[in-house]
Design a protein around this ligand. Sequence first.
Ligand code: ADP
Ligand code: MG
Length: 246
Amino acid sequence: MSQVELVGINKRFGETTVIADVNLTIAPGEFCVFIGPSGCGKSTLLRIIAGLEAPSSGELRIDGVRVNEMEPAKRDIAMVFQSYALYPHMTVFENMAFGLRHLHLPKGEIDQRIEVAAQALNLATMLQRKPIALSGGQRQRVAIGRAIVRKPKVFLFDEPLSNLDAALRVKTRVEIAKLHRSLDGVSMVYVTHDQVEAMTLADKIVLLRPLAGNPDLPSVAQVGHPLELYHHPANRFVAAFIGSPS
Ligand code: ADP
Ligand code: MG
C-alpha cells in the first residue's frame, strides 16, 4: 500500500492556477523531494498534504483512505518549516512536548520520547533552555525533534536548511538522511530549490514547473530517481533545471 497518494490535485488562488493536475504516489519509507524554481507551488503542494491548505479539486489519500476533509492534527503527519516557528517563551522540552498535548499520553511516555529525540539530535543538555539561547542550527534541530516525538508516518520538510550557513547545511542534511534511515517505513517529503540537496537525499525527485503562461500543462515536469532525471531528462526544462549534460 502506498503511504501518500495525490490524485488529480489542482489548486487555484482566485483566478490563478498554481498547481495543475498532480498525480503522485509516495511509498512507505520513500524519501521524495519536491524541487523546482521559486513560485512553482512546492510549498503549496506540501501544505495540501499537511492539510493546511485545501486542494481546489482532486483527492488526497493516506494509506488508501481519502483525507481531504481530515484535520491536520489527525493526519499522522509532521511538518518542519524553514522558519523554525518555536515558541519563544517555552523551553526546548516544552516546545517538543507541545505537539503531543492532544495525544493524551502518560507523562512517562512524553519524557521518554523527548529524551530519545534529544539524544538523536544532540540536544540532551539543552532541554531546559529557551530558543533565544540556541544557535540557528540547534533551533532547527528542536523543530525536527518536535516532529520526531509525534512519531508520524510521514514527515514533511519545507526548505528546512535554507536559514543555515553552508557548513551547517551539509551537517544537518546528513542528520536528516540518518534520521530517515533510522525510521523504518516512515516517508519523507522534502521541499528544496537546491539541486545538490535534492540529488543527495532523494529516492525520488518530483520536479515542478511554474505554470505562468502555461496553465494547461501539468505542474509535474518529471518524476524519477535523481540519476534518471540527470541522464534522461524528459524535456528541455528538466535538462536545464537539473543541469544535465547536453
Ligand atoms: P514555492 O514554494 O515553489 O516557491 P509557493 O507554493 O509558495 O511556491 O507559491 C506558488 C504560487 O502560489 C506563487 O505564485 C505564490 O505567490 C502563490 N500563492 C501561494 N500562497 C498563496 C496564497 N495564500 N494566496 C495567493 N497566492 C498564493
Ligand atoms: Mg516555498
